[in-house]
Design a protein around this ligand. Structure first.
Ligand code: GLY
Ligand code: MN
Ligand code: MN
Length: 414
């Protein structure tokens, strides 16, 4: 049994009898004319199937204790095969997912109707969909649309959200998942090193972003975890700056927040270094405060701790430390985000809530920052941590961050 079958089995075991689960891989939205945005698979669908193609549907149900699983995919299309390449064949989908009952997606409605009629007699039949959506403004997902259609036709079903159940599983990473994150971090490091070697006054932030992209492509990594932040000077005080189009000046710091992926698993790393290769005294002073904040998180992160408590440690430290460095405004002016989030198939992985207690196998970020707009200084240092029973392992420890190491590296260009 491969990891995907195993996950489906574990999920079904947690569900009550007389229920069904439907998950959609998704479809790329159109961009303009006949051009679509790049397709990005629904991560929970991928987690349960290992498949990453458009318009696939996983249907599982459990009746009288017996579980059944089927997959619906687009049929092979000879014309499309000649124009854009062949779609995934049933045999391949079956081999990756270990689902043997594979049908074409046009059979989905009829199959669901048969299931609904069998289930009609069951009271309280539960139908689980992935109802995750980011905001009210977001367009309805295919899951939400299908669930609404089903509820209209079969008013006796109880709609339920599968996201929290899959989310709980996704939060605990297994060895394979951790190895993917390690590989994504390794590639990210190659990109950061090349950026450090390339940085110089007069270069545009966009060229720095391009250096990172080039290294990723060379390493055969097509997908980044998120849009790169490449910010110099005052732009580094904007948390999610994406314009990346200003010329870097002598004496400024450069902040990059970026990540490669491996097998859809993300790295999320920030490093801050001087454009000319040497920190000024003031930059070094602030940099070391952020580095200390990181150390505090690193030495406290362990199973049993809450993310909000990790953030509170940073806040307490900053409140005590910043006034010693002539930073006397409200802390919120200098630090306005949290220090951690989960990391995995999504960069901001399943949201367990800040009050959630960390468990061994969680992977989280450690990303304190300080943003001093009136001095043109923005510093964030971000590492990725694997939580263990006794502490944490810094998965990104190979990526240099000590000021001396950075200066030496940039000076020698090695
Ligand atoms: N790159 C976004 C973040 O660090 O959360
Ligand atoms: Mn980041
Ligand atoms: Mn992050």
């Amino acid at each position: 049994m491969n990891q995907y079958s195993n996950r489906r089995k574990r999920l079904l075991e947690t569900l009550p009898d007389n229920c069904a689960v439907m998950l959609f891989s998704g479809k790329a939205p159109m961009r303009s004319e006949d051009e679509a945005y790049p397709f990005s698979v629904n991560r929970s669908f991928y987690y349960l199937t290992g498949l990453d193609k458009e318009e696939m549907v996983l249907l599982m149900y459990k009746m009288d204790g017996i579980g059944k699983q089927m997959l619906f995919i687009l049929p092979f299309n000879k014309t499309l095969a000649r124009w854009v390449g062949g779609r995934m064949l049933k045999e391949e989908a079956a081999q990756i997912s270990e689902i043997n009952d594979i049908r074409t997606v046009s059979e989905l409605d009829d199959t669901t109707a048969v299931l609904m009629n069998r289930m009609r007699r069951e009271s309280g039949f539960e139908f689980y969909f992935d109802f995750w959506h980011y905001s009210m403004e977001q367009e309805e997902t295919v899951s939400i649309k299908y669930a609404k259609k089903l509820q209209e036709r079969y008013p006796y079903i109880k709609l339920k959200d599968i996201y929290p159940l899959i989310g709980r599983m996704r939060l605990i990473k297994d060895e394979y998942e951790i190895s993917c994150i390690r590989k994504a971090i390794h590639t990210t490091n190659l990109g950061i090193q090349q950026m450090m070697k390339t940085a110089k006054p007069g270069l545009n932030e966009m060229s720095m972003e391009g250096v990172f992209d080039f290294v990723l492509f060379q390493a055969l990594c097509r997908n980044k975890a998120f849009d790169t932040i490449a910010a110099s000077g005052e732009r580094a005080t904007i948390l999610h700056y994406h314009d990346n189009n200003q010329t870097m000046q002598d004496g400024e710091l450069f902040l990059c927040d970026l990540g490669a992926t491996y097998g859809y698993y993300c790295a999320d790393i920030s490093r801050t270094f001087p454009v000319n290769g040497e920190f000024s005294d003031r930059q070094l002073e602030i940099y070391n405060i952020v580095l200390n904040a990181q150390k505090i998180v690193e030495s406290n992160a362990c199973a049993g701790m809450k993310m909000k408590d990790l953030n509170q440690l940073v806040i307490d430290y900053y409140k005590e430390e910043l006034p010693k460095h002539n930073l006397n405004k409200d802390l919120n002016e200098y630090y306005f985000h949290s220090v951690s989030h989960h990391l995995g198939l999504d960069t901001h992985d399943v949201d367990g809530g800040m009050g959630q207690i960390l468990e061994a196998g969680n992977v989280i970020t450690n990303e304190p920052g300080l943003y001093i707009a009136d001095e043109g200084i923005g510093i964030r240092i971000e590492d990725d941590l694997l939580i263990t029973d006794t502490g944490c392992e810094v998965l990104s420890r190979e990526i240099i961050k000590q000021p001396d190491d950075i200066e030496n590296f940039m000076r020698s260009g090695q």
